[in-house]
Design a binder for this molecule. Structure first.
Ligand code: CP
Length: 322
């Protein structure tokens, strides 16, 4: 494996889930694998879980992590080829990335979409330019359209719950529902796209996506899922409910409906098959999810966030062994 930017870099999802859970059972079993290796974590945007879990994962493997908040502390980067740099951008990625390629053994990058121009965002220019010019393995810490470390974590968490003694799914395949939720601002489609891409590729679930009309995701990610506009109908018999807001894809980056009725609460949960509730965090309490759900017994959100370490460790481990 030379990069980790989507599920397409993982031909064997269940195998990497197993590797991640083995790290959870024994975090330091490969403590010298990354000895004398350095990993750069570049953030163009804020983060808590991704930043901390990837650093911990790297340290568990003996690597030295260096975090660079390039968005707030670095020179403003230009990504367009043949740009005439007479504006606010100070340094071109084709000059900066090769230097990072000399400083580090693995380079991890978080970028966000602008939500202004769909074609620009969906071209994934930022991460592709780092891959092109860094000359070392690149890991997405969330890109304009995808969040693969989050999605790997989500599959790990679902697998872990299914393997646990407390899980009792009556369905031949677990029913997973990704539900849109209200939010106060326009958010990227990354987490929803990525979750859909991974669950579809995994192929071990009965997968439904529910959202108000006009919030359809890009079909390259959602195709294969049942799309249901009625949330209550979608939630029937669900074993897992993944709650997430996203802005519109078709008329790009907009908030159309923001109906508070779409918030997941205890009444909605009662329609499910005692479903476990997931969210990538950060969450807007009592907007996306009610307190009673977040603080209740069905939430596996803390378990899910803690599993970010093992997902990152499994991915870094594969890159170190290449
Ligand atoms: N879920 C997630 O990526 O969290 P952070 O934005 O805090 O990294």
């Amino acid at each position: 494996m030379k990069q980790f930017i989507s599920v397409n870099d993982i031909p064997d999802i269940n195998a990497i889930v197993k590797e991640a859970l083995a790290y959870k059972a024994d975090p330091f079993k490969d403590r010298t694998l990354g000895k004398d290796k350095r990993i750069g974590l570049l953030f163009l945007n804020p983060s808590m879980r991704t930043r901390l879990s990837t650093q911990i994962a790297a340290q568990n493997l003996g690597m030295e992590p260096i975090v660079f908040n390039v968005g707030s502390e670095g020179w403003a980067l230009e990504f367009e080829e043949e740009a005439i740099m007479s504006g606010s951008k100070v340094e071109h990625v084709k000059d900066a990335a090769p230097i990072m390629g000399k400083y580090f053994d693995i380079l991890c990058i978080r970028t966000f979409p602008s939500l202004q121009n769909r074609d620009d965002d969906y071209s994934e220019l930022y991460i592709k330019q780092f891959i092109k010019y860094a000359g070392i393995p690149v890991v997405s810490l969330e890109s304009a359209t995808l969040h693969p470390l989050q999605s790997l974590t989500d599959i790990i968490t679902i697998t872990e719950v299914l393997q646990s003694h407390t899980s009792q799914t009556s369905n031949p395949k677990p029913k997973i529902v990704l539900t849109w939720a209200p939010h106060v601002k326009a958010l990227p489609q990354c987490v929803a796209n990525s979750f859909a891409q991974w669950v579809n590729a995994w192929g071990e679930a009965d997968f439904t996506i529910t959202h108000p009309e006009d919030y359809e995701l890009d079909e390259q990610f959602s195709k294969g899922a049942n799309i249901v506009y009625n949330q209550e109908e979608a939630l029937k018999d669900a074993d897992f409910v993944y709650v997430k807001n996203w802005s519109t894809y078709k008329d790009y980056g907009k908030i159309y409906c923001n109906d508070p009725e779409w918030m997941l609460n205890a009444d909605k949960l009662s329609i499910t098959s005692n479903a476990k509730v997931m969210h990538c965090l950060p969450v807007r309490r009592n907007v996306e999810l009610s307190d009673e759900i977040l603080d209740g017994a069905n939430s596996i959100i803390t378990q899910q966030a803690s599993n970010r370490v093992w997902a990152a460790q499994a991915v870094l481990s594969r890159l170190l062994r290449q």
